[in-house]
Design a protein around this ligand. Structure first.
Ligand SMILES: CC(=O)N[C@H]1[C@@H](OP(=O)(O)OP(=O)(O)OC[C@H]2O[C@@H](n3ccc(=O)[nH]c3=O)[C@H](O)[C@@H]2O)O[C@H](CO)[C@@H](O)[C@@H]1O[C@H](C)C(=O)N[C@@H](C)C(=O)N[C@H](CCC(=O)N[C@@H](CCC[C@@H](N)C(=O)O)C(=O)O)C(=O)O
Ligand code: ATP
Ligand SMILES: C[C@@H](N)C(=O)N[C@H](C)C(=O)O
Length: 441
């Protein structure tokens, strides 16, 4: 019978083969393949294919797939846990600041902005894309280049306990919660659950002498961090004169672009325009300035990093497709982010020129019906033309007499038959709605 590989064996294999792959179809020579269970298939089944494609080792938790005598198979009791333990061991060996970012909305945008700022002065490794869960976070840690000076870890959750677990894996030394909003209410069981769940980051920092950043302009955060004694506050201020007790950021405009100022290391005023709009993105920009200042990134570098930032990830993205202008914000959707995004968009576009497409907001549990009604009503205050998509929007569409489509394929077929000259089309909906099908050709 094949014996289990020890933690030391696994970590030694990783050190020699640090390129981890969980998909045999993406394996190159010398990679370390980890077979994971999925919703369609069991990844263990592809261990032989991964080895044939050049993987140095295959970590599996099903003894049936192991070929007796082939020591490239590393059998473990649980492949996911093995991956997480490798990541924990790797993290233990790194002595550097690790900044964790969680919150209901704006995690990825904040992470990208902080990364842009910090990368001007340090070698930064940060979560790729949205790799923010029990699987993405260990993969992120295991991708850390050897010369990294700072790591930024995005942490996502849809239930209480998850952020505590991600902190156990990532051991942040610094952290921040972007905000507390109405996202993933199904799993969190309501806003109190969100406060508790996101607060697990501040709890971890409190017990491990970590530094917590607090956006003093956001509700709940100060109370959530009450047990922390290493706090860095930041806030909007009309006059940038004193930096005590909070780092200050001045705001000149939010539309069409965010224009802000802050004091540099010599107390001189710096001003920068960021290609993002709206009050919600201001929070993300403020955080990047505050973190940059705390870590002593020069003011000019902060300003340049922010003014050169461009969204290319389906969040707050301005784009043209087949001659139509879109404000594309359809990476995800929940009541807080839809309202925030509509507020930003509405300020820039008169109701007659604006077209709003709203898909469903998933994972809201009992709040679903009321939440869909609320955002559809809110959209009607911003644009004359409001188009609704998906089953959860069906009753609302009937009630408000709005065009409705069962899914994004039906929407696309209709949409491209219409004339949208002179209009700007706002698009928002949960990932599961796949609204990007509208841009398919
Ligand atoms: C395990 C895995 O790889 N899952 C990915 C996979 O899922 P699927 O179930 O379809 O896999 P399969 O059953 O097809 O395959 C099983 C495994 O076998 C491998 N395999 C298959 C065929 C073959 O020929 N060879 C093979 O080796 C295969 O690679 C599988 O490993 O594919 C999906 C589509 O691409 C992926 O979405 C899925 O990824 C899962 C969801 C995942 O967690 N990925 C992480 C890397 C990650 O971080 N993903 C982020 C999204 C994170 C997220 O949603 N965050 C939430 C909060 C988190 C709440 C938490 N409780 C949760 O739900 O996870 C947030 O709100 O931000 C990303 O990709 O962006
Ligand atoms: N600070 C904010 N407050 C409220 N809404 C925001 C904020 N920042 C971004 N949003 C909205 O949330 C959407 C998703 O942004 P982003 O991906 O940065 O958040 P996220 O928390 O990382 O979400 P996910 O975990 O699903 O990736 C944006 O498209 C925008 O509509
Ligand atoms: C995709 C995941 N990060 C997420 O945010 N899901 C919600 C439900 C969404 O897609 O809107």
């Amino acid at each position: 019978m094949t014996e289990y590989a020890t933690g030391e064996n696994l970590y030694a294999a990783y050190l020699r083969h640090p390129n981890i792959r969980i998909d045999s179809r993406k394996v190159s020579s010398g990679d370390l393949f980890v077979g994971l269970a999925g919703t369609q298939v069991q990844g263990n089944k592809y261990a032989a294919a991964a080895l044939a494609a050049g993987a140095a080792f295959a970590v599996v938790d099903d003894p049936e797939v192991v070929v007796e005598g082939d020591d490239r198979y590393l059998l473990v009791p649980d492949s996911l846990k093995a991956l997480q333990e490798m990541a924990m061991e790797h993290r233990r060996r790194h002595r550097m600041p690790v900044l964790a970012i969680t919150g209901s909305n704006g995690k990825t945008t904040t992470k990208e902005l902080v990364n842009a700022v910090m990368s001007r002065q340090y070698r930064v490794h940060c979560t790729p894309g949205n790799y923010n869960n029990h699987l993405g976070l260990p993969l992120t840690i295991l991708m850390t280049p050897p010369d990294t000076e700072m790591t930024i870890l995005e942490m996502g959750a849809n239930h209480v306990g998850e952020i505590a677990e991600l902190c156990r894996l990532g051991r942040p030394t610094h952290g921040l919660v972007t905000n507390v909003g109405e996202a993933h209410l199904e799993g969190f069981g309501g806003i109190e659950g969100v406060i508790k769940g996101k607060g697990e980051l501040y709890d971890y920092l409190a017990t491990n002498r970590g530094v917590a950043f607090i956006n003093a302009d956001e509700d709940h955060l100060t109370e959530m961090a009450a047990a922390n004694n290493r706090l860095i506050f930041y806030k909007v201020s009309e006059q940038l004169t004193s930096e005590e007790p909070a780092l200050e950021i001045g705001v000149h405009s939010l539309h069409p672009f965010i224009d802000v100022s802050f004091l540099n290391e010599n107390g001189e005023l710096m001003r920068t325009e960021v290609q993002l709009s709206g009050k919600h993105n201001l929070q993300n920009v403020k955080t990047a300035i505050a973190v940059g200042k705390y870590f002593k990134v020069g003011g000019t570098k902060i300003a340049e990093a922010l003014s050169s930032y461009r969204s290319d990830n389906h969040r707050s993205q301005l784009l043209e497709h087949r001659g139509v202008s879109f404000y594309w914000d359809a990476y995800n959707a929940n009541p807080s982010s839809v309202v925030a995004s509509l507020s930003g968009f509405g300020t820039d576009h008169p109701a007659g020129d604006a077209v709003i497409i709203l898909g469903e907001m998933l994972e809201l549990g009992e709040a679903e019906a009321a939440a869909h009604r609320k955002v559809a009503l809110r959209a009607g205050q911003t644009a004359r033309t409001v188009i609704l998509v998906g089953a959860a929007m069906k009753d609302v569409a009937r009630e408000f007499d709005r065009p409705w489509f069962a899914d994004s394929t039906a929407l696309a077929a209709w949409f491209w038959e219409q004339n949208w000259e002179g209009k700007t089309v706002f698009v928002k909906g949960s990932r599961g709605n796949r609204l990007e099908r509208l841009l398919a050709d």
